[in-house]
Ligand binder design. Structure first.
Ligand code: NAP
Length: 319
């Protein structure tokens, strides 16, 4: 089978399309024929050698969707030809085949495309974990999704809207803002406009927001703390550098800054999250947005694209 392989850490060009041996499942594993693989920013940090401990050589990718090709003898929840989405794997998802533990795969309803399934794992699980496990979001609260046009942001908008929150989303382009509105944000702001935070405070009647899902904390955290209502929470999902804050902004609002990494979700939490996400796929409240489909052989281009501004949902690779 064909797979993208990384033999040394470095720029996107270190990813090479190679022919490797077909995979065989161990007794507790499932072999999936990959129809689409999700591209996450974290895949680029790992490839660059800046994130997580990874042994070389390896196949990148955490997310995918496809059909079950074979199962190990101790696997009972899945059978050949089942449609599934993959959230984490044993062997890496940028490939024609991927090996997973049974707990890493989840049913994909017939009306949801494989490309959409490949957008579920990291982005939707992160959005759910940020909103509920870390943010303790409650129906009726107001949430600012600060960076709502990308993979995690569009997921957070759909999930929060379906759970009765008032949603404010931001994006940096007209196209991104149209998307954020279409996916369910009650209010949409331009995070590149000089006065957008004043507009936000006006929307809240000067009270501030209850929760902020922060996608770029190194730019926004200092300002976020001044936008919170009393007992407000900022959940730091993404950050690409350092930032200065005034700690008094937390004291005066009885506010929390809560960091998160989906890698810390326990097996029990992940099982609950994917049960909720599966229900959302079934009833149509969750509809992953695919901005770009790129052939597997052009994984290098996909890693360049995912780091550019002007996000529009997800980028997926198709073998
Ligand atoms: P993505 O699809 O590339 O989306 C990036 C988002 O950031 C877009 O909505 C973009 O908006 C927005 N953005 C750009 N400039 C911004 C600004 N000044 N203020 C607010 N938002 C801004 O990436 P993703 O997959 O959603 O991931 C987003 C971040 O979360 C990445 O840094 C990723 O590494 C991190 N992440 C963390 C976890 C975790 O477990 N903690 C899990 C998944 C992802 P425009 O392009 O419209 O300007």
């Amino acid at each position: 089978m064909k797979a993208i392989r990384v033999h040394q850490f470095g720029d996107p060009g270190v990813m090479k399309l190679e022919t490797v041996d077909d995979l065989k499942p161990a007794s507790d594993e499932v072999l999936i024929k990959v129809k689409a693989a999700g591209v996450n920013p974290a895949d680029t940090y790992i490839r660059a050698g800046n994130f997580g401990a990874r042994t070389l050589p390896y196949t990148p990718g955490m997310d995918a969707a496809g059909t079950v090709q074979a199962i190990g003898m101790d696997v009972h929840r899945f059978k050949a030809n089942d449609r599934v989405y993959v959230a984490g794997s044993v062997s890496g998802t940028y490939a024609e085949q991927v090996l997973c533990k049974e707990s890493q795969i989840h049913p994909l309803p017939n009306h949801v495309s494989f490309e959409q399934g490949a957008a579920m794992g990291v982005p939707y699980a992160t959005a759910y974990y940020a909103l509920f496990n870390r943010g303790h979001a409650m129906p009726g609260e107001m949430v600012l999704i600060h960076g709502a046009s990308g993979g995690v942001g569009t997921a957070a908008v759909q999930i929060a809207r379906s759970r009765g929150l008032t949603v404010v989303g931001t994006a940096g382009t007209d196209k991104g803002r149209e998307l954020v509105a279409k996916e369910g944000a009650h209010h949409v702001l331009d995070h590149r406009a000089p006065d957008y935070l004043d507009q936000l405070m006006k929307l809240t009647g000067g009270q501030g927001v209850n929760i902020i899902i922060e996608i770029l904390a190194n730019v926004n955290l200092g300002k976020d703390l001044k936008l919170l209502a009393t007992r407000g929470r900022v959940v730091v999902v993404g950050s690409r550098g350092t930032v200065e804050i005034d700690p008094r902004d937390t004291m005066s609002r009885y506010a929390d800054i809560r960091g998160m990494s989906i890698m810390y979700a326990t097996p029990g939490e992940l099982a609950g999250i994917h049960a909720a996400l599966g229900a959302g796929l079934e009833n149509g409240t969750l509809r992953p947005i695919i901005g770009q489909k790129i052939p597997l052989a052009e994984a290098v281009r996909a890693h360049e694209e995912v780091m550019k501004p002007g996000s529009y949902g997800k980028i997926v690779l198709t073998p």
